[in-house]
Design a protein around this ligand. Structure first.
Ligand SMILES: [Zn+2]
Ligand SMILES: [Zn+2]
Length: 130
């Protein structure tokens, strides 16, 4: 099984994923924008039990961004690492924090209407048979 590793800017929060990623997508909702400071965030869902936080800082800190969701970040550098919806068995990981951000390709976009007009986004269609 493929394993994915990644972490925050300072390396305090590190994660290791030993499970199949699903639903890789861009999101340009206003919450993602305000949270990340970026016009768009690339996300992928992974099974919660498949994620292990093995950096020196342990688990990320969480900020409750809405009634049903929390966003995980490194309390040392502020790096935005993950999001967790209440009651979900999935953890959403920011693809850009992977050690190899090429490894997972977003194939859809949520809230395209909130993406800045100056940003051109092309979600790449999933490759066939790969
Ligand atoms: Zn950090
Ligand atoms: Zn969003």
């Amino acid at each position: 099984m493929a394993e994915y590793t990644g972490g925050c800017l300072c390396g305090s929060v590190r994660y290791r994923i030993a499970g199949a990623p699903t639903r890789p997508h861009f999101c340009s909702c206003r919450m993602c924008q305000r949270w990340s400071g970026a016009p768009i965030v690339a996300w992928v869902d992974v099974p919660r039990p498949a994620v292990r936080f093995d950096g020196p800082g342990g688990e990320p800190s969480f900020f409750r961004s809405s009634a049903g969701s929390q966003r995980g970040f490194c309390p040392r550098c502020g790096g935005t690492v993950c999001a967790a919806d209440d009651g979900s068995d999935k953890l959403c990981i920011t693809i850009a924090t992977l050690d190899d951000p090429h490894a997972i390709v977003p194939t859809a976009q949520s809230f395209p209407e909130f993406a800045p007009s100056w940003l051109k986004v092309e979600a790449v269609a999933p490759s066939k048979g790969g």
